[in-house]
Design a protein around this ligand. Structure first.
Ligand SMILES: *Cc1c(COP(=O)(O)O)cnc(C)c1O
Length: 401
């Protein structure tokens, strides 16, 4: 790292809150699966901003859509109509198969929106007594950083010192269908889950769990709410990760790749019997569904569909997983993943491996100490996948046993 980069990092250290521990690289530009630092050093981006960059950095069609809208009208607020909201909602509904969509900005805001929607449905449709609604969540979950959401996190760093927790949530073990069945009470309005737990270290639930959860929710009149902010929009080799078990949840929560990284855009998609219950004044967002967001969101969704990114993720993911499966290291515990949501779990801390990969020209991030997540843009070619694998192989070979 040169002096200019060190100065920029020192500025962040001095003036920023220390709520992140970034790798010592300062990115200056990006394209496709690559980023460059100011010295022109090129890196594979194998984090993709936690799956916000499924379409690759600066996808030309999304950039063009943003440029076309920029300077025209950026924000109206929802107090007035604008030309792009209807077409964006229609496209969201076509892709999700749901009757309505509610646009927000960050993923956490969409999760909050889904929580409100499930409670609203519980009071208005299921007849749950006022203030008694309960939502079942999973241990090891990651749904965002608001006070309500961290209140039902099982990660000590997320919750400790940030209480009191919002009541109305109960955690069960992830991937355990009978625990879900046992946890349901008359006041239970929803079950909020990730089809694969990303932040927990790419945890894939047992086969059949999603389908079993679907059946249990339907039998007990509990809304099944899939947080597909990270797993959705092609990442796991399907448009939605729930499709791996042909499951259709009652609510989809989307974010991240919904903008291809150009803007914070999130949404909840559900049928009229749920989202139709909101009335003017009961929910909102100044920026949610803005003209900029709709222009970018539509372009981002079209790229996923037109370039068949879910299929690409399935193919490139299977190829890359096959390569990773050939890695040999005494401390390598497991290679796992679905589509291009891959992870290598070791029996030791992987931060030194992550730093070695940085030096070799590949950016990836450790999650939960012992796991390295590998999640490149879905546009990655086979040749690029092979080249990136060789870097990982080199770093693993040099990793002390
Ligand atoms: C990233 C993420 C969120 C939160 O999204 P933000 O845009 O950071 O608020 C919620 N759920 C899952 C599964 C995520 O991966």
């Amino acid at each position: 790292m040169n002096a200019a980069a060190a100065r920029l990092i020192a500025l962040v250290e001095k003036y920023g809150a220390h709520n992140y521990h970034p790798l010592p690289v300062v990115i200056a530009r990006a394209k496709g699966p690559f980023v460059w630092d100011a010295q022109g050093r090129k890196y594979f981006d194998f984090l993709s901003a936690y799956s916000a960059i499924n379409q690759g950095h600066n996808h030309p069609k999304i950039v063009a859509a943003a440029k076309k809208q920029l300077g025209k009208v950026a924000l109206t607020s929802r107090a007035f109509h604008h030309e792009l909201l209807g077409p964006f909602l229609e496209l969201l509904c076509r892709i999700s198969g749901k009757e309505r969509a509610l646009p927000m900005n960050s993923g956490a805001e969409a999760v909050e929106t889904a929580i409100k929607a499930m409670r609203l449905w519980g009071y208005r449709r299921k007849g749950v007594p006022e203030n008694k609604a309960e939502i079942i969540v999973c241990a090891g979950n990651f749904h965002g950083r608001t006070t309500t959401i961290v209140g039902f996190s099982s990660d000590r760093l997320s919750t400790e010192n940030f209480g009191p927790a919002t009541p109305g949530f109960r955690a069960i073990p992830y991937g355990d269908a009978s625990a879900l069945e046992r946890a349901i009470r008359p006041e239970t309005v929803g079950f909020l889950f990730e089809p694969i737990q990303g932040e927990a270290g790419v945890i894939i639930p047992p086969e059949g769990w999603l389908a079993a959860a679907r059946a249990i929710c339907s039998e007990n009149r509990v809304l099944m709410c899939a947080d597909e902010i990270q797993t959705g929009l092609g990442r796991t080799g399907k448009m939605f990760a729930c499709e791996h078990e042909s499951v259709i949840p009652d609510l989809y929560i989307l974010g991240k790749a919904l903008s291809g990284g150009l803007y914070p855009i999130s949404a909840v998609c559900a049928d009229d019997e749920i989202l139709g219950l909101f009335t003017p004044g009961t929910h909102g967002s100044t920026f949610g569904g803005s003209p900029m967001a709709c222009a970018i969101g539509m372009a981002a969704l079209k790229v996923i569909v037109d370039e068949r990114l879910p299929q690409k993720a399935a193919q490139t993911g299977a190829y890359l997983k096959g390569l990773f499966d050939t890695l040999e290291h005494p401390l390598l515990k497991e290679v796992r993943g679905r589509g291009l949501m891959l992870a290598l779990e070791f029996k030791t801390r992987v931060r030194p491996l992550v730093e070695r990969l940085l030096a070799l020209g590949l950016l990836a991030k450790d999650t939960h100490e012992n796991t390295i997540r590998l999640a490149p843009p879905l546009t990655l070619t086979r040749a690029q996948a092979k080249a990136a694998f060789l870097l990982v192989k080199k770093a693993v070979a040099a990793f002390p046993a």
